[in-house]
Design a protein around this ligand. Structure first.
Ligand code: CAA
Ligand code: NDP
Length: 293
């Protein structure tokens, strides 16, 4: 375990919050998961249980380790429960105003020496840090989805992040068995600066009628050996998150090559956010995903 970090708070119990809580507990950290909705906490604990069981079934974890990890995770809707954590990891919706509002609420609760990390996919760490009372103990710790499977974690320092914060975060990531990489604080860092424009381009290919959903995903799976087609991946990430990242790239780098595809905007406007809402480029409400175009 990383020095001085024993208890971790994870705020936001969606896909990423579940994954982060999962890997922290497997590594032996005491984890408290917080969401605004009680039902979301219930769903998250069930998801984590299911994913731990998957790892037991494939021989990656013993049943004893699964039980120990589960016993280390608690959940609530009460931000006051962050008072005892050594590090809080924010994994709420990719909405800058919501993240800033959350920091204003949690900073007075957190111990003065506690670290605060964000899992943001794209936002400026320096700008988010300025909304906290601890820019020197704030940084980006960007996990990849699905967290229990993906090896990489991008570390991003803001202008004020202290070296000791960065070193602690690096030790923490290594203690989870993951590989840290360092990105400078520019829009969407490394992974999403490259990945999101590829996904956006796939949506333009669909929008312009070059290929169907199925043709695009098959092309990239069988033609470029991607484990998921770009539209399947967009649904997996969440179309709201993809759009927020493209908007930030477009505004932050002031280059039209990052213009979000109007079809992506339309899907998000419809509330078709991908797997998490039951419909995106595929409809997940039946037995098998069915393309929506
Ligand atoms: C947007 C951002 O800010 C940054 C990002 O995260 S970008 C997104 C990055 N992620 C990707 O690109 C994911 C691309 N997709 C993949 O790598 C693969 O499709 C996948 C790992 C998700 C699934 O792989 P698959 O071979 O199609 O399916 P599946 O056989 O079910 O899973 C592979 C293994 O992962 C495990 N697994 C998958 N999801 C899991 C989860 N949530 N928890 C635990 N284990 C999981 C499975 O149990 C399986 O394990 P074994 O090989 O030991 O049996
Ligand atoms: N999805 C991905 O592939 C990746 C996402 N990320 C980043 O991780 C973060 C989370 O993403 P993801 O898990 O996909 O998002 P989800 O939409 O799956 O989950 C977000 C969760 O946060 C909750 N939430 C929202 N606001 C608050 C709040 N103020 N207090 C407590 N809980 C809140 C939401 O609850 P409710 O719905 O009830 O509001 C929801 O349960 C984002 O910053 C995203 O960019 C990083 C890497 C990969």
């Amino acid at each position: 375990m990383a020095d001085n970090i024993k208890r971790i708070g994870v705020v936001g119990a969606g896909a990423m919050g579940c994954g982060v809580a999962h890997v922290c507990a497997v590594a032996g950290y005491d984890v408290h998961l917080i969401d605004s909705e009680r039902e979301q906490i219930e769903r998250a604990l069930a998801t984590i249980n299911g994913n731990l069981a998957r790892q037991v079934n494939s021989g990656k974890l013993t049943d004893d380790a699964r039980k120990k990890a589960l016993a280390l995770i608690s959940g609530s809707t009460d931000l006051q429960d962050l008072a005892s954590v050594d590090m809080a990891i924010e994994a709420i919706t990719e909405d800058e105003a919501a993240k800033r509002a959350l920091y204003a609420k949690i900073c007075p609760i957190l111990k003065p020496e506690a670290l605060l990390a964000t899992n943001t996919s794209a936002f400026s760490i320096t700008r988010l840090a300025a909304a906290t009372d601890r820019p020197e103990r704030f940084m980006g710790v960007h996990f990849m989805n699905p967290v229990p499977v993906m090896e990489l974690v991008e570390l991003v320092r803001g202008i004020a992040t202290e070296e000791v914060t960065f070193e602690t975060a690096k030790d923490f990531v290594r203690s989870l068995g993951k590989t840290p990489t360092v990105s400078e604080d520019f829009p969407a860092f490394i992974v999403n600066r490259i990945l999101l424009p590829m996904i956006n381009e796939a949506i333009y290919v669909l929008y312009e009628g070059v290929g169907s959903v199925d043709a695009i995903d098959v092309a990239m799976k069988l033609g470029a050996r991607h484990p998921m087609g770009p539209l399947e991946l967009a649904d997996f990430i969440g179309l709201d998150t993809c759009l927020a990242g493209m908007q930030l790239l477009h505004e932050g780098l002031a280059d039209n090559k990052y213009r979000p595809c109007p079809l992506l905007v339309k899907y998000v406007d419809a509330g078709w956010l991908g797997r998490k809402s039951g419909r995106g480029f595929y409809d997940y409400r039946g037995e098998e995903p069915v393309p929506t175009r």
